[in-house]
Ligand binder design. Sequence first.
Ligand SMILES: NC(=O)C1=CN([C@@H]2O[C@H](COP(=O)(O)OP(=O)(O)OC[C@H]3O[C@@H](n4cnc5c(N)ncnc54)[C@H](OP(=O)(O)O)[C@@H]3O)[C@@H](O)[C@H]2O)C=CC1
Ligand SMILES: O=C(O)[C@@H]1CCC=N1
Length: 274
Amino acid sequence: MSPVRPGTIGFLGAGQMAEAMARGFVKAGLCKPEDITAYDPWDVRRQVFEEFGAKAVTTNGEVVRASETVFVSVKPNYVSTVLEETSGDLSPDQLIVSIAAGVPLEKIEAAACKSSKVPCVRVMPNTPCLVGAAACAYAAGKHVSEANGKRVEELFGAIGVIRKVPENLLDAVTGLSGSGPAYVYLAIEAMADGGVAAGLPRDVALPLAAQTVMGAAKMVLETGQHPGALKDNVCSPGGTTIAGVRALEKNGVRSAFIEGVNAAADRAREMSRM
Ligand SMILES: NC(=O)C1=CN([C@@H]2O[C@H](COP(=O)(O)OP(=O)(O)OC[C@H]3O[C@@H](n4cnc5c(N)ncnc54)[C@H](OP(=O)(O)O)[C@@H]3O)[C@@H](O)[C@H]2O)C=CC1
Ligand SMILES: O=C(O)[C@@H]1CCC=N1
């Protein structure tokens, strides 16, 4: 089987996540806008793709015929429909990348491999694909070659980090990093609200909150120190931070995040049984 060549990328469904990936790939220099083809039933979404120079077409079939890597970026309940609709045009030289939460590879392959053994992978990306800071994981289907796996790692490695995991861990990945940006946005918004409550103007509080989250994340990633040790370094004895940490702990901050990740992972598992 020949390796999938870089260059042509298609999106079945041109929604939020497709746009974040497409713009991320272009920004990373991985492809040119004109190498991207997308279909969405919604005119506005097709226009978004056209506006940044990608080709917006009027059927999923045209996307598949134009693309070596085909992203399935519809909502989970449409994955089988779009793959069955286009399976006659899919070949073993292409690569199908489903990003749908809670849709098992078995189901993806059953729909995509009606005419031939098409390599299929499941990736769980997140919206920071748009800014080159994605946290992603993938699992490979049964027709996936080493070259196909390398292609997935090249694509997502250009816009963030990607790890290979066994498929049964993808629901947990969905609960953590797939859904995670939303939890962090809540935290940033709430920290900014706290700053406003403490007297800061909103336009000062919000960038300070966002930069604090980014700086703390970089400290974890770049120093390799445990977050508990980094937290201890901020807490001067009898000082301000430990007073803040105490109030957060009293309000169940850790438990809230743990329960949030697990509720989302449970929902992904529930979706995979549908
Ligand atoms: N948003 C995120 O952060 C993440 C999303 N995902 C996954 O990505 C997928 C897309 O999510 P998201 O981008 O948020 O959703 P969106 O609703 O923004 O995008 C999906 C798009 O597909 C369109 N669509 C519907 N039917 C078809 C069809 N038959 N052919 C082509 N396109 C169609 C939808 O149109 P219409 O609205 O008219 O139905 C919509 O514009 C989901 O499966 C989700 O699980 C994965 C990781 C993160
Ligand atoms: O909310 C969702 O279902 C999708 C999957 C992960 C992030 N967004």
